[in-house]
Write a protein that binds this ligand. Structure first.
Ligand SMILES: Cc1cc2nc3c(=O)[nH]c(=O)nc-3n(C[C@H](O)[C@H](O)[C@H](O)COP(=O)(O)OP(=O)(O)OC[C@H]3O[C@@H](n4cnc5c(N)ncnc54)[C@H](O)[C@@H]3O)c2cc1C
Length: 361
């Protein structure tokens, strides 16, 4: 048997564990420093995954080609298989919005999008430009005063990140993966991992510890600099649903995420820390997000606030996200971390890369 240890059980580690659970002859153990699996109460379990909105922007990403785009599109395809597979395996429902993403435009010139629509068509995907008449009839709840058109992406998705991570953990457990919560990795080498609960022999170590990956790689004398970028979001409840068509609506980088019934998430701010300063949520940034959301959906001004929260995204310093590679100086330590703003989207393609690295040996 080959011993694989995964450190970190947010969406990335949980997806890797689930993917690896399908390979015979692997013994997979997952460690996480949190005492319990990811949950929405960030004061109890402060992870990036618990703060995420779960918007999966693949087809509508402006990237024309390249590895990052490939990972986005592969992940979307994987999600179409994964959600029903997990729902059947575990006998539960995972909130997964299949109504696509509608991205509002505020400029007259749509030539960039016209070009992208052609590129996506050649790649086998659909994007559509919706004019104001169509928007008025299909989305009467939107204020279109400043809107010129919208791009509709029917194949992009949104998933509840906490529900999905919990289902992945349950599914992986059912397939023989061991989870040890309340266990912090403190160091190690190619042969063993050192934790607060003792040392464990490994054939492979996967570091999927998000922001915790910096301290772990420091302990291995190969520091990878990953820094927090804060995001604030809010859960709102209206006294009526907005309409029949309920894709994720996005405008000027603010998302309105329908949750079913009259509930919506709105977010998120993107706040960078100044050097050496503690990252604290900025009231003005949050207000700007709310103003933007109310500008395109005025009904939100009268919504009841159910909860507000903030979390941090793991952003690699001075290099592109994510980092999926062998840790320099180690044969059997893989980094699967630094997913910044797209960890929920990219978790499946990340897990596939990890599986291929392990199977390739
Ligand atoms: C407000 C907000 C909105 C977002 N919206 C989206 C979105 O719409 N779509 C999207 O794709 N992404 C979104 N993201 C980004 C997404 O949340 C992250 O990219 C993703 O959650 C990263 O997952 P992860 O598993 O790498 O990290 P985490 O979820 O942080 O998990 C890392 C785990 O590692 C554990 N850990 C750390 N150090 C150690 C150690 N030494 N030993 C043991 N365990 C350790 C931690 O306890 C934690 O459980 C959003 C983020 C925020 C903050």
């Amino acid at each position: 048997m080959t011993n694989v240890v995964v450190v970190g059980c947010g969406i990335v580690g949980a997806t890797i564990a689930y993917e690896l659970s399908k390979i015979p002859d692997l013994t997979v153990t997952v460690f996480d420093q949190q005492p319990t699996p990811v949950e929405p109460d960030l004061s109890l379990c402060p992870t990036s995954t618990g703060a995420a909105l779960g918007v999966l922007m693949g087809v509508i990403s402006k990237k024309e080609k390249g590895n990052n785009l490939r990972m986005r599109l592969e992940s979307l395809q994987y999600y179409e298989r994964l959600i029903p597979e997990l729902e059947t395996l575990m006998g539960l429902d995972i909130p997964f919005n299949r109504s696509g993403i509608l991205m509002l435009q505020f400029e007259e010139d749509l030539s960039v999008w016209e070009k992208l629509i052609e590129i996506r068509r050649s790649q086998g995907w659909t994007l559509e430009i919706l004019g104001l008449d169509r928007l008025n009839s299909d989305y009467p709840y939107l204020n279109l005063d400043l809107v010129t058109a919208a791009i509709y992406s029917p194949d992009d998705r949104q998933v509840n990140p906490v529900a999905l991570t919990q289902a992945l953990i349950a599914g992986a457990k059912q397939r023989g993966v061991t989870f040890q919560f309340g266990t912090t990795m403190t160091g190690g080498n190619d042969r063993e991992v050192h934790t607060t609960k003792g040392n464990f022999a490994i054939d492979w170590l996967i570091i999927s510890a998000g922001l915790g990956s910096t301290a772990i790689t420091q302990s291995l004398a190969q520091p990878i600099d990953i820094r927090p970028v804060l995001g604030q979001a809010i859960h709102l409840r209206l006294n009526h649903p907005l309409g029949l068509n309920q894709p994720v609506i996005t405008g000027n980088d603010v998302h309105l995420v329908p949750l079913g019934n009259c509930d919506y998430w709105v977010g998120a701010t993107v706040e960078f820390p100044s050097d050496g300063e503690e990252l604290a949520p900025d009231a003005a940034s949050f207000k700007a997000v709310m103003q933007q959301a109310i500008a395109f959906c005025p009904d939100l001004a009268n919504a009841e606030t159910i909860r507000t929260w903030h979390g941090s995204r793991p952003r690699p310093q001075g290099r592109p996200a994510p980092i999926i590679e062998r840790l320099s100086g180690y044969q059997h330590i893989l980094l699967a971390t630094g997913h910044y703003r797209n960890g929920v989207l990219l978790a499946p393609a990340t897990a596939e890369k990890v599986r291929m690295a392990i199977e390739g040996m």
